[in-house]
Write a protein that binds this ligand. Structure first.
Ligand code: HEC
Ligand code: HEC
Length: 293
């Protein structure tokens, strides 16, 4: 800065700062009154805020931060909300676990809750094998159709979900188809004939003579599980062989492979992994997918 006398701009009567560019001089106008008001007001608000609310980190070597005289804490708020939600969930769970699935379905509010809980639990635990919406995949049955291995009533579904199929749980569904080819119960020629019989029964192109040859072999080896009419047996988890729904495929190589050695699909038991309310909600959800009985 220079030590010259302040210069007054003749045009506006305001003192200049002494800065000048090509004859344009900078005026030293005072800050507007409103601006200074806002500035000091924000300083005051900031100080009040520091006193009331958590604001400053602690000094080096100390823990935490200034807590503020209001004791406000987002962490405590969230913890409170979480425990309130838990309590609400536990109450819902107790209701679902206390009533059987059929009476839950009669109560519109409860069944709505069960379907919501079931849908999200299905996405978390079941969709990896059974596909989104239960559409199934090879070896993993479609759950949204009305074809059932072990039964599609609410109770049957809940039973399957609880204990599984070949899961190792003591109460699981277990029934293994014998390994007719691998264990030499049948010859390759007999198995080829049986493939034709199964294709004929399921309304696919088949060698009729071979199918006739296979019939006595079927009656002796297969009918005890799949039934005289080949429509399967739910008490043994034996699929219907006359429909178009296949667990492992209805083409000749797939059928031959199934008869050669059993597939033995494993469905895990969920009773030790999910609470009773969730298992019940899952049964209700699966039942609602389209094939419930
Ligand atoms: C690891 C894969 C796997 C997972 C995960 C799984 N399942 Fe299964 N599930 C299977 C298989 C395989 C079968 C068929 C077993 C067979 O061949 O008899 C099956 C069968 C079923 C059946 C019987 C269908 C019928 O036709 O009788 C139901 C119901 C079922 N699963 C529901 C569920 C639900 C609900 C869940 C989630 C809690 C679930 N599954 C998770 C593999 C799985
Ligand atoms: C002890 C009972 C039992 C006997 C006997 C039996 N099966 Fe099975 N079969 C089953 C079961 C259980 C399944 C399905 C479960 C699995 O293995 O995942 C099945 C599955 C099948 C499938 C697969 C169906 C599909 O949807 O993919 C075919 C085909 C089949 N059996 C044909 C036969 C033929 C042919 C015989 C006689 C040579 C026979 N089974 C004897 C129990 C039996």
């Amino acid at each position: 800065m220079t030590d010259r006398l302040p210069e007054i701009d003749t045009h506006s009567g305001v003192e200049t700062t002494g800065h000048e560019w090509d004859g344009i001089k900078e005026l030293n106008n005072p800050l507007p009154r409103w601006w200074r008001f806002v500035f000091w007001a924000s300083v005051v608000v900031a100080v009040i805020y520091w006193i009331l609310m958590p604001a400053w980190p602690a000094l080096p070597g100390m823990q935490g931060h200034t807590t503020g005289v209001l004791g406000q804490s987002d962490r405590a708020d969230v913890a409170g909300e979480v425990s309130a939600a838990r309590a609400a969930r536990a109450a819902l769970g107790a209701k679902l676990a206390a009533q059987d699935a059929a009476s839950i379905l009669k109560d519109p509010e409860l069944s709505q809750l069960a379907l919501g809980l079931g849908e999200s639990a299905f996405g978390d635990n079941c969709a990896t094998c059974h596909g989104a919406g239960g559409r199934g995949a090879k070896g993993y049955p479609q759950l949204s159709d009305d074809v059932w291995l072990w039964g599609g009533s609410l109770d049957a579904i809940e039973q399957t979900v609880k204990f599984g199929i070949r899961s190792g749980h003591a109460q699981a569904h277990v029934k293994d188809m014998p390994a007719f080819g691998r264990d030499d119960f049948l010859t390759a020629a007999q198995i080829d004939d049986l493939v034709q019989l199964v294709r004929q029964a399921s309304h696919q192109t088949a060698d009729a003579t071979a199918a006739i040859r296979a019939r006595p072999v079927y009656d002796a080896n297969c009918a005890s599980c799949h039934g005289d009419d080949m429509r399967g047996d739910r008490t043994q988890g034996a699929p219907n062989l006359t429909d178009e729904e296949w667990l492992y495929g209805g083409d000749a190589p797939s059928i031959r492979r199934t008869i050669f050695g059993p597939r033995g699909g494993v469905m895990p038991a969920w009773t030790d992994r999910l609470d009773p309310a969730t298992v019940r909600a899952l049964a209700i959800y699966v039942h609602s997918m389209g094939g419930g009985e």
